[in-house]
Design a binder for this molecule. Structure first.
Ligand code: SF4
Ligand code: SF4
Length: 398
């Protein structure tokens, strides 16, 4: 296979925040300290080398790009202050813009002005549209789904999820093709379902590594002993992710219970109602994780949280606003006198949550999906012949 050379690759990666990676002289210290590196998957030095010599297909097709958790240890040991952790982040952003065909992520990652104006414009647009649907405010109790009709929110949410799924799926397919090609996996091998540990790899990628954060947890043992598990990087990262997924699950369950006629009626749904309980716990976890991440970036506590770009801040601020406003509404629902501000908080919360969903495939948040795909490809292994024979003696004899 011939290698396509892009002489501007390093410069292009730098546009996404690669800071000083041209100073790298390939000593390999960063790879030596990276606990995610194995004999087969060696990074970040190799990836920096790809960028330096313009090997674009190899860089974009590298699953190792997504195995990095931005812990920052490599940056702390680099003798040239080349900031390899930042380079890895920049290269991931570059890859996200490559998988996204709309060009929106490219604009959002490269231009601070565009990303801020785009986010504000979307918020005003959603908020304004929501406002046109509002009904009269009731002062007896907080009737949020009468203020903005439930059917309207439900339909808008469905449209957002369909949009998200289509754009996300296109990105995932493009990634699979790029990474699969670089790792000698064709689309045919993905659908044939014969020679690989398809289900085992899925379990490892989704349950063990993504939900269970195994690699990240193993890497943080020393840190846990110093700062406590609740402040370790893996837990803060996991709290944000578990919280987000929990809130998403609560929203979907709420709809399912409603359709099944199992949802309690009235404003004061008891806190032990499973969906509300799940929402409250997930909301707290989510706010905790995002708040710690914001404080770390603000204080530049370590190499991983220094050099923040507008896209880093924007992503965290939107997450935080969605989480905090949702939680304040939960509290407002239990106040003895229904506060009028609760209605406006609700309108803002729905608009910002909608914005979060729609920006997901174009923002840094997209890495959470692409990482699962990369982890899946990473875990895919051919099934050894003996195992195949045990599973299917007749087939193996053919
Ligand atoms: S990034 Fe720094 S530590 Fe890594 S190879 Fe380059 S100079 Fe060495
Ligand atoms: S940031 Fe951490 S995980 Fe990523 S390459 Fe550097 S040392 Fe490895």
């Amino acid at each position: 296979m011939s290698t396509r050379v892009n002489p501007k690759l390093l410069q292009q990666c730098n546009e996404y925040g690669g800071v000083n990676v041209d100073a790298c002289f390939n000593c390999g210290n960063c790879t030596a300290v990276c606990s995610m590196t194995t004999e087969e998957e060696s990074f970040p030095r190799t990836l920096i080398r790809y960028a330096q010599v313009g090997m674009e297909d190899e860089l974009l097709g590298s699953k190792e790009l997504w195995l990095c958790y931005n812990c920052g240890e490599c940056t702390e040991t680099c003798p040239r202050q080349a900031d390899p952790a930042r380079f890895m982040m920049a290269a991931r952003c570059y890859a996200i813009t490559h998988y996204d065909i709309s060009g929106i992520s490219k604009l959002m990652c490269r231009s601070s002005v565009f990303s801020i104006l785009f986010a504000i414009a979307l918020l005003i647009l959603f908020g304004g549209f929501m406002y046109t649907q509002t009904a009269e405010i009731s002062t007896e109790s907080l009737k949020l789904f009468e203020f903005i009709p439930y059917e309207f929110i439900h339909t808008a949410g469905l449209i957002a999820i369909v949009f998200l799924s289509v754009v996300g799926l296109i990105g995932i397919i493009r990634m699979i093709i790029t990474v699969g090609r670089a790792n000698n996996l064709s689309m045919k091998s993905f659908v044939s379902g014969e020679k690989m540990n398809w289900w085992g790899a899925l379990w490892d990628a989704v349950a063990v590594q993504s939900l269970g954060q195994k690699r990240y947890r193993d890497d943080c043992v020393a840190e846990e002993n110093v700062h406590g598990w609740y402040l370790s990087k893996w837990f803060v990262h996991a709290a944000t992710m578990w919280g987000f997924l929990g809130l998403l699950a609560a929203t979907i369950l709420n709809w399912v219970f409603d359709v099944a006629g199992l949802k309690p009626t009235g404003t004061h749904v008891p806190i032990w109602y499973p969906v509300r309980l799940l929402g409250a716990i997930a909301g707290l976890l989510f706010i905790y994780g995002v708040t710690v991440l914001i404080i770390r970036r603000w204080r530049k506590t370590d190499a991983a949280h220094s050099n923040s770009r507008t896209s880093d801040w924007l992503f965290l601020v939107i997450l935080w606003l969605a989480g905090v406003t949702g939680f304040i509404i939960e509290i407002a629902l239990y106040l003895p006198d229904p506060p009028v501000w609760g209605y406006w908080m609700f309108l803002f919360h729905v608009a910002v949550s909608m914005e979060l969903l729609l920006l997901l495939p174009f923002s840094k948040f997209a890495h959470s999906i692409y990482r699962i795909v990369a982890l899946y490809i990473h875990a895919l292994k051919p099934i050894p012949r003996e195992e195949k024979e045990l599973a299917d003696p007749a087939g193996a004899a053919d």
